[in-house]
Write a protein that binds this ligand. Structure first.
Ligand code: UDX
Length: 439
């Protein structure tokens, strides 16, 4: 099967590389010639474990190509995947400008009938609109069949998720198109769910909104646990063992971030509103998350009264571990607020340190040395549960900080470990640890 993928961002690149790996001939097309030049040299343009090796292997096999020329990339393609971004507009809705442009580019260049597969997350009804748009721009005699095939990849484990996903959703208008898509995906060996196009589009939004709801739910339980003296980790464990609930996405913390949950929850609220449906539940999920991202500031102000002149070590910038992505990271809320309150901020991140100043205009120092960040600081604040931070002996805080005070937004250490290390430890949804001497 000859496949073209439009867009070499996160979703497009992973999709193209994985389809080549299972035996298809794939050409990835992007309008950015610099990106294409890098990719053609075998350099992946995103950080994703396992991607680089797989990409290079398939380039060597001549199954994976990159071009900035639509005419070249689309030549002879049986199937075209659209995998461009659908960023958030000011009102929360999805910006469809890029996907419409990608569709027009395909319509202009295809010489024969093709199947167009939309991978990008798009509001319900977009696939059908894209088809109409393309049909009004293709040369006569060319037919377009569409398929919605949403991705469920997590950053940092996208390659693993592609090959070990729980399901592949294929939404089409006819069974022949579904047959082709099922055949393309067969080597993955993942169960396929066939559905209509609108339901497929909705499955993506509903899945992300549900996972975000689970996170905000456990975060509200955590906030209540703090007031009632319970421990949210114990509560989540007890809840998660009920298979109807499940243990995934019950980790309390300072909220979800990243490129999907915040954007997709806002877009679904907006989409519902456009159809005169007030999605109150999801609005609350978003509100809880916004509050959660500010929670550590509240805890610090309760502890210190004022943060003016305090040196604060922020551990972690990325929205979660194993990615250098800062999109919607709680760090983007926390760091500007700390500097606004007069704190001096030193931030550590093992791989995203060099991204800090690109995203945050507030004055802060960025380092990839945890010791440098902690040295002589008045307290430490944990934003990302990086494995090296979790593995660190909490006594390190007592050794390096001016005062051993830790605000942990990701519950990296057990309460007994914090007690043993003799640190003052504030985490999420668990009892505070106050050493005898500072009481
Ligand atoms: C998510 C979805 O999982 C994926 O299916 C979708 O296609 C894209 O969005 P991703 O954004 O990469 O993937 O990250 P994920 O691992 O799902 O975590 C999202 C956020 O939720 C992170 O900020 C993470 O820290 C937070 N989270 C996750 C929690 O706070 N608690 C949890 O229990 C799980």
């Amino acid at each position: 099967m000859k496949i073209a993928v439009i867009g070499t961002g996160y979703v497009g690149l992973v999709t193209g590389v994985a389809l080549a790996e299972i035996g298809h001939t794939v050409t990835c097309i992007d309008v950015d010639p610099e990106k294409i030049a890098e990719l053609n040299q075998g350099i992946p343009t995103i950080y994703e474990p396992g991607l680089g090796e797989m990409m290079l292997r398939n380039q060597k096999r001549q199954r994976l190509h990159f071009t900035d020329q639509h005419r070249v990339g689309l030549d002879g393609a049986d199937v075209v995947y659209l995998a461009v971004g659908t960023p958030q507009l000011a009102d929360g809705s999805a910006n469809l400008r890029y996907i419409e442009q990608a569709a027009m580019d395909v319509a202009e260049h295809v010489q024969e009938s093709v199947i167009v597969v939309i991978k990008s997350t798009v509001p319900v009804g977009t696939n059908v609109r894209i088809k109409q748009l393309m049909l009004s721009h293709v040369r006569s005699g060319v037919t377009i069949r569409i398929a919605s095939n949403p991705e469920f990849l997590r950053e940092g484990s996208a390659i693993h998720d592609t090959f070990h996903g729980d399901r592949i959703i294929i939404g089409t208008e006819d069974q022949e198109t579904a047959n082709v898509l099922e055949e393309i995906n067969a080597p993955f060996g993942i169960p396929v769910v066939r559905t209509d196009v609108s339901s497929s589009e909705m499955i993506k939004y509903a899945s992300n909104a549900f996972l975000a709801t689970k996170i905000s739910f456990i975060n509200e339980i955590a906030n209540l646990c703090e007031k009632l003296g319970a421990d949210v980790e114990e509560v989540a464990k007890g809840m998660g063992l009920d298979h109807r609930i499940g243990s995934a996405f019950l980790k309390a913390g300072i909220g979800y971030g990243g490129s999907c949950f915040p954007k997709d929850t806002n877009a679904l609220v907006q989409l519902a509103g456009n159809h005169h449906h007030d999605f109150n539940l999801l609005k609350s999920v978003i509100e809880v998350n916004n509050h959660q991202q500010r929670l550590l500031i509240e805890k610090m102000l309760t502890r210190f009264g004022s943060l003016s002149g305090k040196k604060v070590a922020v551990l972690g910038l990325a929205f979660k571990p194993n990615t250098d992505d800062l999109r919607e990271s709680p760090a983007l809320v926390l760091i500007p607020k700390l500097t606004e309150l007069g704190a001096e901020v030193v931030c550590y991140d093992p791989i995203a340190a060099n991204q800090g100043s690109k995203w945050i205009s507030a004055p802060a120092v960025y380092t990839n040395s945890v010791a440098k960040a902690l040295n002589d600081a008045d307290c430490a604040v944990i934003v990302t549960d990086w494995p090296d931070i979790k593995r660190m002996d909490p006594q390190t805080f007592a050794r390096l900080l001016r005062e051993p005070i830790v605000f942990d937004g990701r519950n990296c250490y057990s309460i007994p470990a914090a007690r043993k290390a003799d640190i003052e430890y504030y985490s999420i949804g668990r009892p505070d640890v106050i050493p005898e001497v500072s009481k």
